[in-house]
Design a protein around this ligand. Sequence first.
Ligand code: TXA
Ligand code: MG
Length: 319
Amino acid sequence: MIETLTLDPTASGIAKAADLLRAGGLVAFPTETVYGLGGDARSDLAVAGIFDAKGRPRFNPLIVHLPDLEAAETYAQFTPQARAVAAAFWPGPLTLVLPLKEPSILSPLVTAGLDTVALRVPAHPVAQSLLRAFDGPLAAPSANPSGRVSPTRAAHVLDGLAGRIGAVLDGGSCAVGVESTILGLADGPVLLRPGGVPVEALEAMLGQALASGGDAAKPSAPGQLASHYAPRAGVRLGVTHPEPAEIWVGFGENSVGAQLSLSRSGDLVEAAAALFHCLREADERAGPQGAIAFAPVPEMGLGRAINDRLRRAAAPRPA
Ligand code: TXA
Ligand code: MG
């Protein structure tokens, strides 16, 4: 348990919140839709901490919050159409899913290893002030434990997350009350989630009807992973005695003699932060015909999300 500060949205409260974020901490902040649980989107440990605090059972990709379109263009490829949509609806309750600009300095946990990224420029003045004071990208899902309703007041955030996060910036109640609309523009416009911007307004702007996308919360089949995070090598799980030819990725006490380890001390937050980097590194070392063996990871806390991802990596996939 850590002490969760309640900060007023004054210059000093916002400066304190930005300091906590720079130190890798988590700060809940108001947006016009719902309160977000913010962490530095470039930090593997901060993003792993978001999943840990929320108790999320899988690593679905998170929305990256930025102060304006110019900052957003640092992280994603914008077509003229994407720029026009952004100009019409940002700042505001619209999220755009766009191709990631490589090389990316975002944690691969933010994008769940995909080669697209969800970007949003919130309009709430406190969110704007925080983003400008922090001067970096903030990953921010809704600030509630997984499976609970999204918070629209600081008190709701504290109900669910007190003791698990560094602070909440109290900006009163959120005007919109539902999450942002998510528009996929990576390959043709698709509606990935209805939300704060009416679909009709988007359709009028785009001049076309919008199809609804698949399950935006689970875009995580191995085939959708960026190629450098989708292992070509075979993957075995729960291995305590690897074959000599296997690249063994350890965890905790099963790290002795392992070429790589998710966490030698057996820390699940550290393991989550290391997961995508280990998948990539193990695959490079194993080569396309090679084999990777992961030591067992306990099915508790972030271990459930880690195992969910590893099971997908180990699942047979089309040749
Ligand atoms: O209103 C909101 O958008 C709130 C406030 C705090 O800004 N944030 C929010 O974030 O709802 P989050 O991280 O919970 O939204 C994540 C959802 C995923 O479940 C998925 O549906 C979609 O965004 N998403 C994120 N990245 C994606 C990607 N690369 N491809 C497809 N969908 C993506
Ligand atoms: Mg949510």
